[in-house]
Design a protein around this ligand. Structure first.
Ligand code: PLP
Length: 407
């Protein structure tokens, strides 16, 4: 393993605390990751030194803030391999990015009778906007089924795909089960029938190498807060020709070229989709998070997290009562499970009492839980700063908890 976990941990102040009398073990990284000191410093420094509105070039502070804001856009472009930074739009998060596409691409290109494909694995934010669009337009939402292991049934996907399919909006890596979907295969098949593809990268962007040009996806969306960056900030990548063809999302300052009471003309991309004053501090503070990911290396991150996942699975495989949920061949480091005879929430509470933070419940994937016949699961999700020692403490705690109901 080429990463130095202790050195990495020292960059994250929040990790060095006790919770309920125990050293914090933070395994809720799929919900949000912790932030390194450089990100915290960048937020403070922005407000101490550079605070100013951007793109209005009136003075030195405005120039500085604008320059830094646009530097982050370039770093995002590099992270996902986009052709040009104009194809990178800042939003408030994955949810807003998907809604933006549903409202703008949807209103222009989706009509009655058209079909939109999603999958059983989707997060609510990749279900509800499409349902709303279908209600408005009369389009039809179709769902790709999954196997019991949590993998897409690709034969069914191929059957659902037709010339009526206008858009496939699919999760790249599942937040609830960890399944990594065969994105390239889906995109190529979609393009063969003339459909566009939105890839929900909320869980893949920080763990997997993503090259939007190689994947050839039409849209790619993610949230900064899951990549060691600030909350309230997301990214929408879109191919230039699509973004240019789409109408604006919100109207207001910055997204215009010229306004008269009779008619408004719109700015070029990306500004056409960034109405109003954006999350300037958060965008600026996202750059050191991206630098951290790049300097650590996505491959190293994936290898380390995967090692923790394998280790957890190995330590827990013989513990009576623990039932892993989601056993796809290709996974990000999400360990979802239930314990026989126990409610996931109670398991979460008992772990919290030992300073171990996990997620419990439906993980904003109620239809998926329904498909699996579960109310919810307990989910441990690993990040670059987690250790094998933490996994051992977690496994020991779980073995004790499981033994309460499984003698
Ligand atoms: N999609 C997936 C797969 C997610 O895991 C999440 C968040 O957990 C979202 C979408 C929504 O992200 P956000 O709440 O940051 O908009």
């Amino acid at each position: 393993m080429s990463i130095q976990v202790n050195a990495i941990r020292s960059l994250f102040p929040i990790l060095h605390q006790e919770v309920n009398g125990y050293p914090l073990i933070y395994f809720d990284n799929a919900a949000t990751t912790q932030k390194p000191q450089v990100v915290l410093d960048a937020l403070t420094q922005y407000y101490e030194k550079d605070n100013s509105n951007i793109h209005r070039g009136a003075h030195t502070l405005a120039d500085r803030a604008t320059h830094k804001y646009e530097e982050t856009r370039e770093s995002v472009r590099a992270l996902i391999g986009a052709r040009e930074s104009a194809e990178v739009i800042f939003t408030r998060g994955t949810t807003e990015s998907i809604n933006l596409v549903a409202k703008t691409f949807g209103s222009k290109f989706i009509q009655k009778g058209d079909e939109i494909l999603i999958s059983t694995l989707e997060h609510h934010s990749n279900i509800v906007p499409w349902q709303m669009l279908c209600e408005q337009t009369g389009a039809i939402l179709k769902v790709i089924p999954i196997t019991d292991a949590g993998e897409l049934v690709m034969e069914e996907f191929e059957k659902l795909l037709s010339s009526k399919t206008k858009l496939i909006s699919i999760v790249h890596a599942s937040n609830a089960l960890g399944t990594i979907n065969p994105a390239k295969k889906i995109i190529d098949a979609a393009h063969a029938v003339g459909a566009k593809v939105l890839l929900d990268g909320a869980q893949s962007a920080s763990h997997l190498e993503v090259d939007v040009q190689e994947l050839d996806c039409d849209f790619f969306v993610f949230s900064a807060h899951k990549l060691y960056g600030p909350t309230g900030l997301g990214v929408l990548y879109g191919k230039r020709e699509l973004l240019e063809a789409m109408p604006p999302f919100l109207g207001g300052g910055e997204m215009i070229r010229e306004v008269t009471f009779e008619k408004t003309t719109y700015n070029t991309i990306p500004f056409k989709f960034e109405a109003g004053t954006p999350s300037i501090a958060e965008v600026i503070a996202f750059k050191p998070a991206l630098d951290f990911i790049t300097s650590t290396g996505k491959t190293n991150i994936h290898l380390h997290e995967n090692d923790l996942l394998q280790y957890a699975a190995e330590l827990l495989q013989d513990v009576k009562g623990i039932i892993p949920v989601g056993t796809a061949a290709e996974k990000i480091a999400v360990y979802s499970f239930t314990i026989k005879g126990m409610h996931p929430f109670d398991v979460g509470q008992l772990l919290d009492a030992k300073g171990i933070a996990v997620r419990t419940g439906h993980h904003c994937t109620q239809p998926l839980m329904h498909r699996l016949g579960l109310e919810g699961t307990v989910r441990a999700s690993f990040a670059i700063y987690n250790t094998r020692a933490e996994v051992e403490v977690f496994a020991q705690a779980l073995a004790k908890i499981a033994s309460l109901k499984n003698k």
